[in-house]
Design a protein around this ligand. Structure first.
Ligand code: NAP
Length: 260
């Protein structure tokens, strides 16, 4: 039984990946959908052709990681494809972003992402694939997306090194680094500054693309064996310029972009 495990499957990229795997990945027998909102997951599962398992859990809780490990062991599962798409960001400075969200971003985007990946690796073998959703924010520090960008730099670096650790086992690992995506819940959540209203640190989201394109390009990059997927024009050039230009210059370019 070949399983695809998808975190963040209740909306946005995770949901889109589930649909893609359902239709386009003939070798996958069962799709495991992970996120907190159970109703949403059940609704998505009912629209899929393949067998599904819904694991409604908050991945920032240690008990959830234990439950995931136990479920994998009980089912003697073979995870053929793992997609880590659970994540969130908050726009604003330290006065705007609450301590809960600051810790929450680190807990979900870094700690939970690594622990979920570690949970599935023992159930994978040669030919299997890991896709870790990072962000173009991984390529440089970003004021007013500070903790989010730092968390994505963490998971990006983790993913790059993991790829080399798993090369001898024949497991492919790809870091996917999109720029803004317009049709997920991410931007709405990032702008919501709770009692402080709407976060103003980033004014607009130009050149944003659709989740469907990100997913198609990510799946292609993973199949082809790419270490990094920059699925849109902005992230493609961002990765190059962030290597060529000094950090200070990149920070000023971002300063201009975020005021657009
Ligand atoms: N959208 C963009 O502009 C953009 C750009 C670059 C990178 N990304 C990255 O892409 C990934 C997917 O984001 P998206 O755009 O698809 O946003 P999204 O629609 O908000 O999806 C985020 C997913 O994460 C899940 N999630 C949030 N907190 C969780 C928790 N504590 N435990 C388990 N699941 C949790 C959410 O489900 P529940 O609320 O049901 O738990 C949801 O399914 C994220 O890692 C994000 O950083 C997004």
């Amino acid at each position: 039984m070949n399983i695809a495990v998808i975190t963040g499957a209740s909306s946005g990229l995770g949901k889109e990946f589930a649909g893609f795997v359902d239709v386009s990945c003939a070798w996958i027998d069962e799709i495991w959908l992970i996120a907190r909102r159970e109703e949403r997951l059940n609704e998505i599962a009912s629209g899929l052709e393949k067998k599904t398992k819904v694991l409604a859990m908050d991945l920032t809780k240690a008990a959830s990681i234990d439950e995931l490990k136990n479920t994998l062991n009980e089912n003697r599962s073979h995870v053929s494809l793992y997609i880590g798409a659970a994540g969130y960001g908050k726009i604003g400075d330290s006065a705007t972003v609450s301590d809960d969200d600051t810790a929450g971003m680190i807990d979900l985007n870094c700690k939970a992402a690594v622990l979920c990946t570690s949970a599935v690796i023992p159930h994978m073998h040669a030919g299997d694939r890991i896709i870790e959703i990072c962000s173009t924010a991984a390529f440089q520090p970003l004021q007013y997306l500070n903790v989010y960008a730092a968390s994505k730099a963490f998971i990006y670096n983790y993913t790059r090194a993991l790829r080399n650790e798993l090369l001898p086992k024949g497991i492919a690992v790809t870091a996917v680094c999109p720029y803004w995506i317009k049709d997920t819940e991410f931007i709405e959540i990032a702008q919501n500054a709770g009692e402080n209203g709407r976060a103003a640190g980033v004014r607009s989201f130009p050149f944003s693309i659709k989740a469907e394109k990100v997913v198609k390009r990510a799946m292609w990059a993973s199949k082809t064996g790419f270490a990094v997927c920059t699925p849109d024009i902005v992230s493609f050039f961002h990765r190059i310029f962030a290597k060529l230009l000094p950090r200070t210059v990149m920070l000023y370019i971002w300063e201009a972009l975020r005021r657009l």
